[in-house]
Design a protein around this ligand. Structure first.
Ligand code: SF4
Length: 255
């Protein structure tokens, strides 16, 4: 017993401070895309042709592109093939948005997530219980959600907790492209959750279908099925990205 206590004292606090420092992110981390205006040439569509998820579109009548983070899997292929160096990926992990249109990244700076207001802020700002639904996910997003419960991230310190039953939940955290097999299960879980309730879409699959978009077995994510309160892009999103979105949503993160 003494040796256990001594070991714990020597280890100290293992919970990482929040917000995350750049050192907490892996070397290969790709965060918020940064597009440099004026570098695209009229006929070059290399990035659009190489993108596996059709996340890049050309803005009408301009030599400019935009990236839809709701579809992007952050593979980096577009940046690698761009001859002009228009596309780069920063180490900014704060990617979450309240609206689908907020995930479209062009030349304008992306604003930080707006927290809940009104009744939802009053109800969920100090205690938020979520039921996680894997709607046909590959387990990538699920793992990065689960890791938030470890002592390194300690989700509970912000008053946020995953619960086993939708009847005990304030909302659903959905991962996966919503396969046909999981469609009715997702709807039943939603109906079993008491109102008012939140929906949080984590990962490009849950937001848009991701790599599986337009396959006949998937519903292209939760959009159009349930009202989404928070979009967390990535494939899978880094745990810091998920944590930042959740914490900022309930107004616990200042600055
Ligand atoms: S990083 Fe995103 S936008 Fe670029 S090619 Fe990959 S999926 Fe497409």
């Amino acid at each position: 017993m003494y040796s256990i206590l001594k070991s714990r004292m020597l280890q100290g606090c293992r919970t990482q401070p929040f917000p995350a420092s750049p050192e907490s992110l892996p070397d290969r981390f790709r965060g918020l895309p940064a597009l440099t205006p004026g570098l695209c040439s009229r006929d070059c569509r290399l990035c659009i042709r190489h993108c596996p998820t059709a996340a890049i579109s050309r803005l009408a009548s301009e030599h400019r592109i935009q990236i839809d983070m709701g579809r992007c899997i952050f593979c980096g292929e577009c940046a690698a093939v761009c001859p002009a160096g228009t596309i780069a990926f920063t180490r900014d992990y704060r990617l979450s948005c309240r609206t689908r249109s907020g995930l479209l990244v062009g030349q304008k700076e992306k604003p930080l997530l707006e927290p809940l207001t009104g009744e939802k802020r009053r109800l969920f700002g100090r205690s938020l219980k979520l039921r996680q639904v894997s709607a046909g996910g590959c387990n990538g997003c699920e793992v990065d959600v689960n890791v938030l419960n470890t002592l390194a991230f300690d989700l509970g310190r912000f008053g946020i907790q995953m619960v086993a039953s939708p009847r005990h939940a304030d909302g659903l955290l959905v991962t996966g492209p919503v396969t046909a097999n999981m469609y009715s299960a997702l709807l039943k879980t939603w109906e079993a959750t008491p109102s008012p309730k939140l929906v949080i879409a984590v990962g490009s699959c849950a937001i848009s279908g991701g790599l599986f978009r337009d396959f006949e077995q998937v519903k292209n994510g939760v959009e159009g099925i349930l009202p989404v309160d928070l979009y967390v892009p990535g494939c899978p999103p880094n745990p810091w990205t998920i944590l930042e979105g959740l914490v900022r949503l309930i107004g616990k993160e200042q600055g």
